[in-house]
Ligand binder design. Structure first.
Ligand code: PEP
Length: 249
């Protein structure tokens, strides 16, 4: 059985004080939530505050991106060893906002994923189609291209350490959620790609999260789908009580 992973993506929200205040409220609400792993993806500068606030708790902290070099003359970038050095355990890679605004491609998704794995971070690799791609019937072709370019070059051992997040771009931050059935169809397709490349056992083990306007009132229906192994939650992860109720779906 795949243990659910409920991950928050705070995007570019909250300062250090708000980070600490969030966890003061949130941790008691999820202290007994043994059914799921819980991760919060915080902005780089708030990672130390998030790690300090969650020390000794079940919640692990992730970054929202990393650069692939270990160190060097890359002004403005943050490396895997820097993230590990502040106690970060996870990293979100290839989020659609990074694809849309920062030129992320399959090639850079792969480079970041390889770097994350090299330095011991657990990658959550995001894939998903845009609205026009869904409407033109090319959802599966888009997912296949993203899988083939950004994920499939990983070795079996490397693949075993990643989590995939299916995030239809048209559902992110829009309030439009994929129906549980639509999400499950996409997850089934992604799992078939995993099975084709890495085998049935790997496919059965891989966690595929759904992301896109997950809220306290729709998480139960999504999580009722056996294909959906957790959620990557943006907006609704900013509120301690709301995100706790998502974790405790
Ligand atoms: C996200 O940022 O990954 C996301 C799914 O955002 P939202 O939940 O706000 O749609």
């Amino acid at each position: 059985m795949r243990k659910p992973l409920m991950a928050g993506n705070w995007k570019m929200y909250k300062n250090a004080g708000e980070t600490t205040a969030f966890f003061e409220k949130f941790l008691p609400l999820v202290a007994g939530s043994a059914h799921a792993d819980v991760v919060i993806g915080a902005p780089f500068v708030n990672l130390p505050a998030a790690v300090a606030a969650t020390a000794g708790s079940k919640v692990e902290i992730g970054a929202q991106n990393l650069f692939w070099a270990k160190e060097g003359a890359y002004t403005g970038e943050i490396s895997g060893p820097m993230l590990v050095g502040v106690g970060c355990k996870w990293v979100i890679i290839g989020h659609s906002e990074r694809r849309q605004y920062f030129g992320e491609t399959e090639e850079t998704v792969l480079k970041r994923t390889l770097a994350a794995l090299e330095y011991g971070l657990k990658p959550i690799v995001c894939v998903g189609e845009r609205l026009e791609e869904r409407e033109s019937g090319s959802t599966e072709a888009v997912l296949k291209a993203q899988f083939d370019g950004g994920i499939a070059p990983l070795s079996d051992a490397q693949f075993g350490l990643i989590t995939i997040a299916y995030e239809p771009v048209w559902a992110i931050g829009t309030g439009k959620t994929a129906t549980p059935e639509m999400a499950a169809d996409a997850h089934r397709y992604l799992r078939s790609l995993v099975a084709g490349k890495y085998g049935a056992e790997a496919a059965a083990k891989t966690r595929i999260l759904y992301g896109g306007s997950v809220k306290p009132d729709n998480v139960k229906g999504l999580m009722a789908q056996p294909e959906i192994d957790g959620a990557l939650v943006g907006g609704a992860s900013l509120d301690a009580v709301g995100f706790a109720s998502i974790v405790n779906f």
